[in-house]
Structures are given as C-alpha cells and as structure tokens.
Write a protein of this length. Structure first.
Length: 249
C-alpha cells in the first residue's frame, strides 16, 4: 500500500480505481518548476499505483483560473502519462471520470487545498523555461525535481542538473552494457526494498541509493542489474534503456 503521511492517505490495491486530481499553481506560465514538479509528483504517484499496486488511475488537472496554462508543453518529453482532461473544478473532474477525487495534488503554498498531497516548491522556478530552451533534457530535470523528498523544496541549481545529467548518462550506458549479458531474475530482497521505499512517502532518494548499491555490488549478476534498473525505471521514468542497441562508450 502506498502511504502518504502528509496527505493522510493510504492507496493502492489491485483493481481499485483511484482519482488523482492536480491543482496547478497560479501562474501566467505552465512551465514553471513548481507547476512541473507538482505534475511530476502526481505522475510518480500514478506510476507507483499502476505499476507496483496494479490499481487503475484517473489523473485529472484543474486550471487555477479559466484560460490559464496548465500543461508545460510536450508531456512525453517529461515522461508524464497523459491526463484524462483539464477541468474547472474537482466536481467537474469527478463527473467526467465517474469517480470522486481520491487524492488532490497541489503545491505547499496553496492554502485553498483540502486534504491533499502537498508538493514543496522548486527553487529557481523562473529559470525552467530557459533551461529547456538551452537544451537541457527534461528527464534530467525530472531526476533533479524528484530526487528531493516531495514535501521539501527542491533546489534547481546548475550543479544538481550537471550531477543528474552525469548520473543518467552513466546509468543509461550501464543498462546498455548489462543488456548484453544473460538475463537473471531480480533479487527479491532488492525489489521488496525498492517497493517499500516507493510506498513510504514516495521515497525516491532511498530508491536511488538502492540503485547505487546495485550498480556497485559485484555479487549481483549484470543480467539481474539490467532487470532491476529497467523495472524500476517504469516508475522513475528516467528513460534508462535509452541506449539499448546503440554504440557503447
């Protein structure tokens, strides 16, 4: 079960239907780090429910005001699974998808939120559009914005962006290298530890620490490392299999 103590919510049973509703922060631009981080945390929650707990998830978005921007450009670039729609109110969203809102996802500064999963702001929000325009991979930014516990402010600095870019490049090359080895089943204890971390307030930092351990542990076969990284990437959505079939460097 996914336990979100900040939202006082416990979610996730096979076949259950969960309505996640995202209230975007008020802004004249959709691509602020705060808005994007809110969507990313909602997407991460959805992936844990769908890919770990086999729940059915309806994700809806609320426009902060009529006509205001909500979606930060191409959702595919951020690996955000598409929402069911954009609505003016939670009641309208519930009527459209056929089930009441099970969890509202919003920014911590939103004092209009009901019982909700509140996401910490991201420092440097005014820089996000410039970072994307400058050619930074949105998935590198996804990694930065999810690598801090979701209720805390996420520093969006050039140092953290460079570190995330280097990490993802290395892991993508590792996955490509490991893919050339015989497939080996994932160690059950590793998988269970990752699931426990996801279920404990979406603890991405703990999952990343676990992946660092797997990467460096010579006792784990390369084929098992491949299976672990690809499996966990279904939730993290960092596109770790990006270099499969390409030249290794």
């Amino acid at each position: 079960m996914l336990i979100l103590s900040g939202a006082n919510a416990t979610l996730g049973t096979p076949g259950s239907v969960v309505h996640l509703c995202v209230r975007a922060p008020v802004s004249d631009r959709a691509a602020t780090a705060g808005a994007v981080r809110t969507l990313l945390v909602a997407d991460l929650t959805r992936r844990v429910l769908e890919d770990v707990h086999r729940s059915q998830v309806a994700l809806t978005l609320l426009a902060p005001r009529p006509g205001s921007p909500v979606i930060p450009g191409d959702l595919d670039a951020w690996m955000i699974r598409p929402p069911a729609g954009i609505y003016d109110s939670a009641d309208a969203a519930a009527a459209a998808v056929g089930t009441s809102v099970g969890l509202m996802v919003t920014v911590a500064e939103d004092d209009t939120a009901e019982s909700a999963l509140t996401v910490g702001a991201a420092a440097g929000s005014e820089q996000l559009a410039d970072l994307i325009h400058a050619g930074h991979d949105p998935l590198t930014l996804r990694c930065v914005l999810l690598s801090t516990p979701y209720r805390q402010q996420a520093p969006l600095t050039m140092e953290r962006i460079a570190d995330a870019a280097g990490l993802l490049h290395r892991w993508r090359q590792r996955v490509a290298d490991w893919s050339t080895h015989i497939s080996v089943p994932m160690p059950a204890d590793i998988l269970e530890a990752a699931y426990r971390a996801f279920d404990r307030n979406l603890d991405v930092p703990a999952v990343l620490d676990l992946m660092h351990h797997v990467e460096s542990d010579a006792a784990i076969a390369p084929g098992a490392k491949f299976e672990i990284f690809v499996h966990l990437d279904r939730v993290l959505a960092f596109d770790l299999p990006r270099h499969l079939g390409g030249p290794h460097s």
